[in-house]
Design a protein around this ligand. Structure first.
Ligand SMILES: Nc1ncnc2c1ncn2[C@@H]1O[C@H](COP(=O)(O)OP(=O)(O)OP(=O)(O)O)[C@@H](O)[C@H]1O
Length: 249
């Protein structure tokens, strides 16, 4: 069986008397979409913050690509390829889609000063940036300023930037938020393909998207994992139906 890319073991985080995450263990395997669902206040965002490094767990461990990253800060984890996507807007609205990705390529290459070449003609930047846009299906929109892209296209562009920065896993916190039904459908199709690039930990309230995409689902309630399994397992789990899907079991 494939080694997990990300492995969380027994993460607990308390705020005063509240256990926001309570002994949470889960993993993310290569090529999968693992959805994390639960009612408001269940601790999903708190967990994402702990993975990204912006919150320290009280106890427990986080292993990424075989390394314990618990002592590392946000930038170090991001440099290893573990970054949050979508929350911190990484786009410069007035720049074209291509130029936005070029900035990420440049940041990765660590070459911020190029005195002798006009930046848009620098093929060491344009070619890899264009390749990223092709991978996310935005090559035809390369020249369009980020501000003029649709909401869904901006999500795609943010993914292209994350790929250019070397993401080895995606932490997606509610990517469907603010999307109309058509946009959600398009983004669902895109995320479906994206799992081949890097596995995705997906926090999402849109259950249609979750059921369409997830290889596995973990359900958090009051900070605790009450179930992990396939879509079928979760749909049929009596505790989940009672606690989250709002049904009488
Ligand atoms: N910095 C903080 N200080 C105190 N309490 C906090 C803090 N951050 C989160 N909480 C509390 O921890 C609990 C879990 O919150 P969290 O935002 O992680 O839930 P969530 O599952 O992401 O909810 P939602 O689906 O509404 O985004 C909530 O009761 C919240 O009020």
């Amino acid at each position: 069986m494939a080694e997990p890319v990300l492995k969380l073991s027994n993460l607990t985080k308390t705020f005063g008397a509240l256990k926001a995450t309570d002994d949470v263990s889960l993993d993310l395997k290569p090529g999968e979409i693992h959805a994390l669902i639960g009612p408001n206040g269940a601790g999903k965002s708190t967990l994402i913050h702990q993975i990204a490094g912006s919150l320290r767990p009280d106890t427990g461990s986080i292993r990424f690509l075989g390394h314990d990253v618990g002592a590392l800060g946000v930038p170090e984890r991001a440099r290893m390829g573990l970054g949050r996507t979508f929350q911190i807007s990484s786009l410069t609205p007035e720049f074209s889609a291509l130029r936005n990705v070029m900035l990420a390529v440049q940041a990765r290459q660590g070459t911020s000063f190029r005195f002798f070449r006009p930046v848009m003609r620098d093929r060491t930047l344009t070619e890899p940036a264009m390749a990223m846009l092709e991978r996310v299906g935005l090559a035809g929109r390369a020249a369009v300023p980020a501000a003029e892209l649709s909401h869904g296209e901006r999500r795609q562009l943010e993914i292209a930037i994350a790929l250019a920065l070397g993401s080895k896993a995606f932490l997606l916190d509610e990517p469907m938020a603010g999307m109309d039904p058509e946009g959600s459908k398009t983004l669902t199709g895109f995320l479906d393909q994206l799992r081949a690039e890097a596995p995705i930990l997906l926090v999402e309230h849109d259950m249609d998207a979750v059921f369409a995409l997830a290889d596995r689902i973990t359900v958090l309630v009051y900070g605790r994992v009450i179930a992990t399994g396939t879509v079928e397992d979760i749909r049929n789990d009596a505790d989940v139906r009672r606690a989250y899907l709002g049904e009488e079991a």
